[in-house]
Design a protein around this ligand. Structure first.
Ligand SMILES: [Fe+2]
Ligand SMILES: [Fe+2]
Length: 204
């Protein structure tokens, strides 16, 4: 049986989720600015890409509160003060935040929503938890590269690197100091396999 959303714990959980997503989005935008200042454009784009997805999650949760429109909803929650300037610390904090979200927070919200009879909201929490898991893996992947100093280096001399500024592809164990086509700095390069849309070639 479905309860009245405006008198449920799920209403409060939706507001907590909304607040959490807004903050994740802002934290990743700030991390992107730090990466940009340090000339790690690949990491800047990765943080922005993820921030845009958090913005969409916030919208999804906020819209679920439509039937309680006009109410002021009180929540109690904790949020991380991950104010770092070191990119390794930012990646580590982001990976941990995502882990907490997908393994604890959203499964709990989903189970409460199910108990309260809001199956569509429960499935929203479940689906977004899966996305947060992929965010966790993304941050963890870059954290590992960062820690091992392999972000712009490879064991293989056949590694393909893409310049995010002009699309130039370079083959080698590391990207060039400067892109030979557009002059962008080394930090503009990412592994070709990490670039969105590159698998389009698979259709040919
Ligand atoms: Fe999210
Ligand atoms: Fe996320």
């Amino acid at each position: 049986m479905q309860n009245n959303l405006c008198e449920s714990q799920t209403k409060i959980n939706l507001m907590r989720a909304f607040a959490g997503e807004c903050q994740s989005r802002q934290r990743y935008y700030q991390a992107a600015l730090i990466a940009q200042q340090q000339n790690y454009v690949g990491l800047e784009r990765m943080f922005r890409f993820t921030a845009e997805q958090e913005e969409r999650h916030a919208k999804q949760f906020f819209e679920k509160l439509k039937e309680c429109a006009g109410e002021t909803i009180e929540i109690q929650a904790t949020y991380p003060a991950s104010v770092f300037s070191d990119l390794g610390e930012l990646l580590d904090a982001s990976a941990k935040e995502e882990y907490h979200e997908f393994s604890e927070v959203y499964p709990e919200f989903s189970s409460v929503a199910k108990q309260e009879g809001f199956t569509d909201i429960a499935s929203e929490f479940d689906m977004i938890a899966k996305i947060e898991e992929s965010h966790h893996k993304r941050f963890d992947y870059y954290l590992k590269l960062w820690k091992e100093d392999m972000l712009l280096r490879s064991e293989s001399s056949d590694e393909l690197w893409m310049c995010l500024n002009c699309g130039h592809i370079h083959k080698g164990s590391e990207p060039p100091r400067e892109c030979p086509v557009c002059g962008a700095q080394q930090g503009y390069f990412i592994r070709e396999a990490e670039a969105p849309f590159t698998d389009c070639n698979m259709l040919n």
